[in-house]
Design a protein around this ligand. Structure first.
Ligand code: FES
Length: 224
């Protein structure tokens, strides 16, 4: 794990989201689905973000400015600095034969980098509105569904190897439809490396720290 202050190379609006591009320095992009802790200046707590894009020399994160912390990060401008720690946690297993990316909302964040690593497999992405769906432009080969259609309704009969990220109800539904799917779960994270136990969730009858055993988990048994 490495921690450095990175400089902002650029920002782009993507629908309601902001793509924050940072100069990479010596930080490595890691495996898609791993995450980084971003600590905005003046904000007490770092926030976890999965890597969105990894062009040469840069690390890019998709930020949804919802609260004070994420809004402060989304408001950074070219030349500003931010402390970044990572990559952390367990990412997606890329040893898959027929990958299908399934995601919703800000959960599409890790898919551009994941898609690049897997050779642009098909993706099914769900969004609340057409404005949010502008983020689908970051993911090649994507089929978009809008509310009230669910991504689980758009799955093919044989979905193959599902790699998913999105809201918990969507992931729970996918766990029922596709046992063994790789699911990038979310939890509040304060430290990001196993020390605070703030990210403990119950999975299949046992408690796991998502920052260490996840955020990507496989759930072979139906949940919910
Ligand atoms: Fe601290 Fe997981 S975020 S233990």
């Amino acid at each position: 794990m490495r921690s450095e202050r990175l400089r902002v190379a650029g920002t782009e609006g993507v629908g309601p989201y902001v793509l924050l591009r940072l100069r990479r320095s010596r930080l490595q992009p890691g495996t898609p689905g791993q995450f980084f802790m971003l600590e905005a200046p003046g904000r007490p707590l770092p926030r976890p973000f999965s890597l969105c894009v990894a062009p040469p020399g840069e690390l890019g994160f998709l930020v949804e400015p919802l609260g004070p912390g994420t809004s402060a990060i989304a408001a950074l401008g070219v030349g500003d600095e931010i402390r970044v720690t990572g990559p952390l946690g367990r990412g997606f297993d890329l040893d898959v034969e027929h990958p299908l990316l399934v995601g919703g909302g800000i959960g599409v964040a890790p898919f551009p980098y994941l898609s690049e690593c897997l050779g642009a497999p098909p993706a099914i992405l769900g969004f609340r509105t057409a404005f949010h769906a502008e983020a689908a432009a970051l993911v090649p080969n994507a089929t978009v569904v809008l509310d009230p259609v669910l991504v689980t309704n758009a799955l093919p009969t044989d979905p193959g190897d599902v790699l998913a990220c999105g809201p918990e109800p969507m992931l729970d539904a996918l766990a029922r439809h596709v046992p063994g799917a790789q699911l990038a779960r979310e939890a509040p994270m304060a430290c990001g490396y196993g020390a605070c136990y703030g990210c403990v969730v119950e999975r299949e009858g046992r408690y796991v720290r998502l920052c260490v055993e996840g955020p990507v988990v496989r759930e072979a048994v139906a949940v919910g």
